[in-house]
Ligand binder design. Sequence first.
Ligand SMILES: [Zn+2]
Length: 117
Amino acid sequence: MERLLSVGTPSVFSCPDCGGVLFELKDGDTVRYRCHTGHAFSLRSLASTQEQVTDEALWTGLRALHEKEAMLRHLAAAQIGDPRGLLEEADELATVSEKLRRLTEKAPAPRGFVRGN
Ligand SMILES: [Zn+2]
């Protein structure tokens, strides 16, 4: 880490591979990012990796909401807790899930961004 501080500055980005702080390293007009464990990115590869990580996080969140909704419906069916309250919460989750799914499916790649570079 001390070596990175001597050659770069901490950026506002975290490493998509390990979650560590990414340091910004400038070499003329070229900017690169590196974390303390050695993961390294160009600006393009960082953008591409962040897009993948964001997509995965959104779909993971969506899956978790669906599973929670299903669990609430199972609890209500088993008469555990307040079935009416559980079903209301499940319905609210279904509404939120649907909105999130629509946003996730239509989220465009950043303008001018070409995947895979
Ligand atoms: Zn890393």
